[in-house]
Design a protein around this ligand. Structure first.
Ligand SMILES: O=C(O)CCC(=O)C(=O)O
Ligand SMILES: [Fe+2]
Length: 276
């Protein structure tokens, strides 16, 4: 590890770029960097170079909203609302009522535990009063309902399911909420590096409503004055990044407290690259 007060000079960035382009494994590049630099310095530099390479022709998940319905092989979701910047789309009939019930049942059978948030400094998952829901996560293609949901969301947004995190199910009741936050990782925070290395930035978020809620529980976008009320089987999608791939602070959003009823959602976060 580097003990002098050096910062990584441009020759290191060139070296990383050269090695990525000649096909070295990411692990081997990071291992070599760590012989001279700390883990966080190494991961940050590596992520910076990888990002600068992928931004040349940046693409993000997008939903085809040319027509009001999207014909998928096994269902026909309906577009109800769009906003261009930040890019938000509200889609109804992503899941049928019985599919919602099946996913809720499967999630409850697994057991719902206190939700966590990412600690900015360490990157660890920690329980925090900003997020009081409970939840569980499914492995990719864990069962027929999860596979159907992942396939629909990836087809709808033209983004392969390999570039997404496994689906999580969250439950909120009696005042539980998720205070406004961003889903993207703050690249200036040391705790982000260990997340970014697993597939790059979060570029798309789906929140799929698995229950109707009597009162409260909206997905809120405080900077936009937009509030999406939960509707069983519907989903809200938003791009966490702008057209250039830069994290978009206007995507600030939260889950408002549930006042009456139970809100259960499935979340699906999409990454720049394959999620590992
Ligand atoms: O519950 C919601 O409406 C939003 C959930 C959310 O923002 C998240 O899980 O990151
Ligand atoms: Fe979120």
């Amino acid at each position: 590890m580097n003990t002098q007060l050096n910062t990584m000079g441009p020759e290191w960035f060139e070296w990383i770029k050269h090695n990525i382009q000649r096909g070295c494994t990411h692990e081997s590049i990071i291992d070599t960097l760590q012989k001279t630099w700390s883990r966080v310095e190494s991961l940050n530099a590596f992520n910076d170079v990888l990002n600068s390479l992928s931004k040349v022709d940046f693409k993000r998940p997008l939903i085809d909203t040319a027509t009001n319905f999207v014909q998928l092989p096994d269902c026909r979701p309906q577009i109800l609302f769009t906003l261009s910047n930040p890019y938000i789309v509200l889609i109804d009939n992503v899941l049928s009522i019985s599919e919602c019930d099946a996913i809720v049942l499967l999630a409850k059978q697994k057991g719902l535990n206190g939700s966590t948030v990412v600690d900015y400094d360490s990157g660890a998952s920690v329980v925090h009063d900003a997020r009081t829901s409970s939840g569980t996560s499914f492995e990719r293609s864990e069962n027929q309902f999860i596979t159907a949901l992942e396939t629909r969301l990836s087809t709808l947004s033209n983004w392969p399911l390999e570039k997404a995190e496994p689906i999580q199910v969250l439950q909120y009741r009696d005042g539980q909420q998720y205070k406004p936050h961003h889903d993207y990782f703050d690249v200036t925070k040391p705790g982000s590096a260990s997340h970014l290395i697993r597939g790059g930035q979060r570029v798309g978020t789906f929140v799929v409503y698995l229950t109707d809620v009597e009162q409260g529980g909206s997905t809120i976008f405080p900077n936009l004055g937009v509030e999406v009320r939960p509707r069983k089987g519907a989903a809200v999608f938003f791009s966490d990044v702008d057209e250039q791939g830069k994290p978009n602070p206007e995507t600030l959003h939260g889950g408002a407290p549930v006042i009456t009823g139970t809100k259960i959602v499935a979340t699906y976060w999409q990454r720049e690259r394959q999620f590992v």
